[in-house]
Write a protein that binds this ligand. Structure first.
Ligand code: AHR
Length: 306
């Protein structure tokens, strides 16, 4: 198709079975693996064909993955964009090829592409709220007195931008709370550990670590211990995701809280495909609801974690 002739966003014809593209941005942590498993499970339950790609943490590869799905003429693309900007060309190329795109888990920059126009909708968590929930818990836990090191997610990724905003804005209201340093740990355990080890040398007086995901928090706990600190006692650690290792760290007292970021996108994504094909006008953002885990509920939620 030349692209001139389709609706904006492109329509999806109703079918019994779809050929669905799922472009994953990486597979380097339990959260990503849980998301992929959820999508694969739902596709196979429905007898849909899934064209799955893993961009291995590269924006360029993810763009070419989407281009290959366009060439394979998938009916619809589920896209988890690595950063807000890198996948804009791919979103626009899919639109030009009359293939609807549904963003899942991470959003794109709305000044460059819009929901209900360039793509169908964004299905994902409220990342600002996640950051705010960690901050509110931290204010309670510390009585509003803290020297904080913040480990940020991948630069330019929507959860990194918004989890920072939600947390930092809330902490600003507390005169006794100070962010000593805030640095990119790429949502990665070992990078989180290394960044934390370096930051600890400049800021040995840290009392709180806020990591944008659990993997970096687990890395930070290792760095704190290696430096002779006692996470959970002299340094309070909190993060986001709700993975098994974080719940276990809460149970053994080394982590204070993790706000869930649900990776279980399979059911909601395929329901959204059905609704869209059925002609339902979808919201610009389909909000995924998240829990929060602390010592009060970590154990009972361990069996459902990933
Ligand atoms: O986009 C969601 C975030 O990306 C998760 O918090 C993180 O673990 C993942 O890599």
């Amino acid at each position: 198709n030349s692209g001139g002739g389709c609706a904006s966003p492109p329509k999806l014809a109703k079918k019994d079975h779809y050929k669905v593209g799922f472009s994953q941005n990486a597979s380097n942590n339990p959260w990503r693996l849980a998301e992929t498993a959820s999508i694969k499970e739902e596709a196979s339950k429905r007898g849909d064909t899934l064209v799955y790609t893993d961009a291995a943490n590269s924006g360029d590869k993810q763009v070419s993955d989407v281009q290959s799905m366009i060439a394979q003429k998938v009916d619809v693309i589920l896209l988890a964009p690595i950063t807000e900007k890198a996948l804009i060309p791919a979103v626009l190329q899919a639109k030009a090829a009359c293939i609807p795109v549904i963003l899942i888990d991470r959003d794109v920059d709305h000044t460059l592409a819009s929901p209900n126009k360039d793509y169908v909708t964004f299905i994902g968590s409220d990342f600002v709220q996640q950051g705010k929930r960690v901050a509110d818990w931290m204010i309670q836990a510390t009585g509003g007195k803290a020297k904080i090191i913040e480990l940020e997610g991948t630069t330019g990724a929507s959860p990194a931008i918004l989890r920072k905003k939600g947390f930092d804005d809330e902490v600003k209201s507390q005169s006794g709370m100070q962010i000593l340093a805030s640095q990119d740990g790429d949502f990665n355990r070992d990078t989180g550990r290394k960044v934390m080890a370096t930051l600890l040398q400049a800021h040995p007086d840290v009392t709180v670590v806020y990591a944008h995901n659990d993997e970096m928090a687990i890395g930070a706990i290792a760095a704190l211990k290696a430096a002779g600190k006692h996470p959970g006692k002299d340094v309070i650690v909190a993060s986001i995701d709700g993975e098994k290792d974080a719940l276990n760290a809460i149970i053994n007292g080394e982590e204070g809280t993790t706000v869930q970021s649900s990776p279980f996108f399979g059911p909601v994504s395929f329901q959204t495909i059905d609704q869209y094909a059925g002609g339902t006008k979808l919201a610009d953002w389909i909000v995924v609801k998240d829990m929060q885990f602390t010592k009060d509920n970590a154990k009972e939620n361990l069996p459902n974690s990933f």
